[in-house]
Design a protein around this ligand. Sequence first.
Ligand SMILES: [Fe+2]
Length: 360
Amino acid sequence: MDKEQKYRSLLPQAVSLIGASKDLVADMANLSALLHQEMGWWWTGFYRAVGNELVLGPFQGPVACTRIGFGKGVCGSAWERGETVIVPDVEAFPGHIACSTESRSEIVVPVRLCGEIRAVLDIDSRELACFDGTDRLYLERICTELACRINPELRAYVESEILPRYDSFDKGHRRDHAETVIAQSLQLSTWYDVQPDLVYTAAACHDIGLCEDRATHHIVSARLIREDTNLQKWFNAKQIALIADAAEDHRASSGHEPRTIYGKLIAEADRQILPETVIRRTIQYGLSHYPGLDREGHWARTLEHLHEKYAEGGYLRLWIPQSPNAARLEELRRLIRDEARLRTLFETFYQEENDQEPHI
Ligand SMILES: [Fe+2]
């Protein structure tokens, strides 16, 4: 089994351990045991943020430092920076705190809730460069789940009654789409003072209206949420209204802002601003809506649209600034500024689109 496969089989186990005990330290204890045992690392554990120090929490492995200052060592740096830190060679990390001489590489992942870092997950390996983007992805996912601690009964209901509905939808809206939006919106939600169970349910239900109609599916999703009496086991009327409104607002366009933070979280988690896709779609739209334009006309229209919507001061709005879309929008803006590079991409896509079937 490679690392990705190990994480994939471990993730559902990790998620099922979280929340049942209704105690954060108990969850940390079981998670560090599971991760340590399955992944075979040298040291796996949590430090909790207490005042201006990190204090040793549940862990597996040899004895460790009990207190680490803000900004000190790899753990304190991850806390200070507010992001995951991967260190391929701890000897080369300035200010590294050596708890054990056996440790060669390290990853530290913050556990954030309501915008504040509550703890960090710290993992050491005896091998150099043991950690990469795969570890970051899955460990951040686990730390988000730990921070959010979704009600296990609610999760069981969603997994058995809501998510299977996606199996009959089109390829872009199958169960994996709902799961991606759940993971992404929960991660974004850790920056805000929100109720994670509401975010989770809104994300899980946001597209269920596709069972009736594509054009109005967001409105149908909201109606189905309001009609679902099972949700009353976990939510009051006001909370159900928030969940339904968030689902209804998930198709927010630039002219229609989601009414609440819940709608903003789901809408942002549901979209992906990919620079090349944006450019290709702009060309596709032009070809189908302005068939009278020639190549130069399409180039001018493409430029105008990209500037109006995506450039600095353009009308596109990010609902959640901490979203990965922020970095992708920056990349697109760099591309818009570099007109020579943009023209090259335009020529490639324009040619490819024209070589395909005529646009009606
Ligand atoms: Fe949708």
